[in-house]
Write a protein that binds this ligand. Structure first.
Ligand SMILES: CC(C)(COP(=O)(O)OP(=O)(O)OC[C@H]1O[C@@H](n2cnc3c(N)ncnc32)[C@H](O)[C@@H]1OP(=O)(O)O)[C@@H](O)C(=O)NCCC(=O)NCCS
Length: 145
């Protein structure tokens, strides 16, 4: 399995995956069309001809921020998340980013486990950052090689 940049034709399937992931920000078609136009960076991994997961990131000075990221629930724990994260980190390397950062719901144990495995550390907490349900955000950061 390999990653490739997000295209307009992927947006419908990305929205379907997103709808099955209440843990993440619920973006609109407009948001993902911006990614496909290159206003943000984003990649998908396909399995058997269908999008299995996606990641969206942006560059902020010498960092990248992971903005949205999910793998279809039935296709998790097969390494697809790792391939998507590597796509974003390889892009970060092209402009010598020093850190990757992101926010995650404090109750999102699967994501916290995933990020810990990929050398992210908790560097802060935003109290009651999320709505529906109200919850703290943890700020995670990974130093890039
Ligand atoms: C976080 C998320 C994207 C990870 O995606 P994923 O495809 O399951 O990630 P991976 O398969 O690469 O890794 C997950 C675990 O599966 C394991 N795994 C990877 N390949 C495997 C395989 N072939 N067989 C069995 N397990 C495997 C990994 O080792 C990892 O476990 P470990 O950290 O204990 O080693 C996914 O859980 C998700 O979509 N969550 C909901 C949305 C979300 O929370 N997004 C992040 C918000 S910030």
């Amino acid at each position: 399995m390999r990653s490739r940049p997000i295209e307009d034709a992927d947006v419908k399937r990305i929205l379907a995956i997103q709808a099955a992931c209440p843990e993440i920000a619920q973006w609109t078609t407009w948001d993902y069309n911006r990614v496909a136009r290159g206003e943000m960076a984003g990649w998908v991994v396909e399995e058997e001809g269908s999008v299995a997961g996606f990641i969206v990131a942006r560059k902020i000075a010498h960092e990248i921020e992971i903005l949205n990221f999910a793998v279809s629930p039935e296709l998790r724990e097969r390494g697809i998340g790792a391939i998507l994260l590597q796509a974003a980190l390889a892009w970060a390397k092209t402009f010598e980013a020093t850190h990757a950062i992101l926010e995650v719901r404090s109750s999102n144990a699967a994501a916290l486990h995933f990020y810990e495995h990929h050398n992210f550390q908790t560097v802060g907490r935003r109290s009651r950052y999320y709505n529906s349900p109200i919850e703290d955000a943890l700020l995670l950061s990974a130093k890039l090689p």
